[in-house]
Design a binder for this molecule. Sequence first.
Ligand SMILES: Cc1cc2nc3c(=O)[nH]c(=O)nc-3n(C[C@H](O)[C@H](O)[C@H](O)COP(=O)(O)OP(=O)(O)OC[C@H]3O[C@@H](n4cnc5c(N)ncnc54)[C@H](O)[C@@H]3O)c2cc1C
Length: 523
Amino acid sequence: MNPNSKYYLIGGGIGSMAAAAFMIRDGDVSGDNIIILESNPLMGGSLDGAGDAQRGYSLRGGRMLTTDHYECTWDLFKTIPSLTSARVSVFQETVAFNEKHPAHSMARLVDRRRAIVPVTSMGFSMQDRVELLKLSQADEEALGSSAITDHLSSGFFETEFWFMWSTTFAFQPWHSAVEFKRYLLRFMMEFTRIETLAGVKRTIYNQYDSLVLPLQKWLKGKGVHLINDCKVTHITNQSAEGEYIVTAIQYQRAGARVTITVHDGDLVFLQNGSMTDASSLGSMTSAPNQLTKHDSSSWALWEKVAAGRPNFGNPAAFNGCIAQSSWESFTVTLKNPMFFDLMRQFTGNEAGTGGLVTLKDSNWMMSIVLAHQPHFLNQPADVQVFWGYALFPDRIGNFVAKPMSACNGLEILQELCGHLRFDLDVLTSANCIPCTMPYITSMFMPRQLSDRPLPVPVESKNFAFISQFVEIPDDVVFTVEYSVRAAQMAVYQLLGIDREIPPVTRHDKTLRVQFDALIKAFT
Ligand SMILES: Cc1cc2nc3c(=O)[nH]c(=O)nc-3n(C[C@H](O)[C@H](O)[C@H](O)COP(=O)(O)OP(=O)(O)OC[C@H]3O[C@@H](n4cnc5c(N)ncnc54)[C@H](O)[C@@H]3O)c2cc1C
């Protein structure tokens, strides 16, 4: 390896940050030779968390992790020291936190009568069981670009199982049957505890504070160049004898156009596509703007790079229909404990032990999560923050006669209080910041195998993809793990690192539990 080689990472999501860490830890690359170029003002990409008690906090998402899966993520975070103690890794502090605050939801589903739904039965019919079994064993190539609805009958989508599974993982009936099948196998262990979410592990704070910040600190300490507000617009290549070699990267920063020459021995990694591209925040008085990929940057570069190159994937399969890939979240900052007190009385869960509470009959299909407080590093003790989301923001509400997408923060709180039968007074002084995400489930869109490139396409000599939109056998998208695994695969292959990548744990095989037996146990 040439000690002067440069390593360019386009995009500053957890995928690129993980790639930089693997290069340093496992590839003996000097941090000073690694450059991350990110269009946003902060690193971390979709793994965000921002704000303060005055302006209000905002999270596009709240992430659930597990320690029974997420093999590459923990392989990475076993190396990264906690922000508070250099002797403890992020992995160790997360495990210790979860031992102290185990998840055990007592109100996973709430119905239109405001009653907590008993969820010891999954509600399957015999037909559901047969169809699920068939789908779980189907060949991915045969499933092709079919949708979940092509394999499961309408009754399945009314089962308690579907309400819990779809809101835990954000599946819609029209999403990819292949992705759904992969989830069934990858998270088979969760079948036995989906109603309590007992398998879920949380970070101490939001994931920006608990994962991105410690990793960023470690990378900076190693000399990695983290460049924000830098939009990469073009990648120049030379294609000789069928080989693809990147020769230059063009970016815009502070009004200037800059070209980086990519020399022999340098490597380039691209984050192709982003689930939070074109996302937009509203406020208590305004609904978020409805943006599209044309207002943003992430998809555009992948579209350019993949044009005319079938092995570089097909972005249109993922970003072609906002109506099928969008939903909306919201973050609420409170300066009055009344809402948290009422939720504790209603659900029986202290904040941080319950996880998702889904209002299953709400038109918007709303869920909320009250995380352990404080949820932000800079959160004062007398402030509480919770997060929620809705799978159908295009539908008229039950208590607000508007689609959620047209609602401001106050209207979203009215709808929420309507379902919970709380007086709106309990949310006096609340600041609700809505967030619309047009491509949030773009990874779940029905697709052919060839629509996702391999992390390192066969003809590539110095270029790789790191994202949710690459093909990794058996693993599941919409997870931090998928991006970290893609990073590890791309880095190890291009740098020739001879270290085993932690395999995807096959709980479906190692548990030796027949899928049909599991389903029977719950019906
Ligand atoms: C609402 C929500 C809920 C979630 N829930 C969970 C969960 O429960 N469990 C879980 O494991 N995961 C969850 N996730 C998913 C997880 O956060 C993502 O899978 C992961 O963060 C994706 O990381 P990434 O690095 O691949 O991509 P991203 O985070 O999307 O980063 C890509 C980055 O590249 C930048 N970029 C792209 N193109 C360019 C360019 N041309 N120039 C410069 N910069 C560019 C983008 O600006 C972006 O910052 C959730 C995500 C969200 C949003």
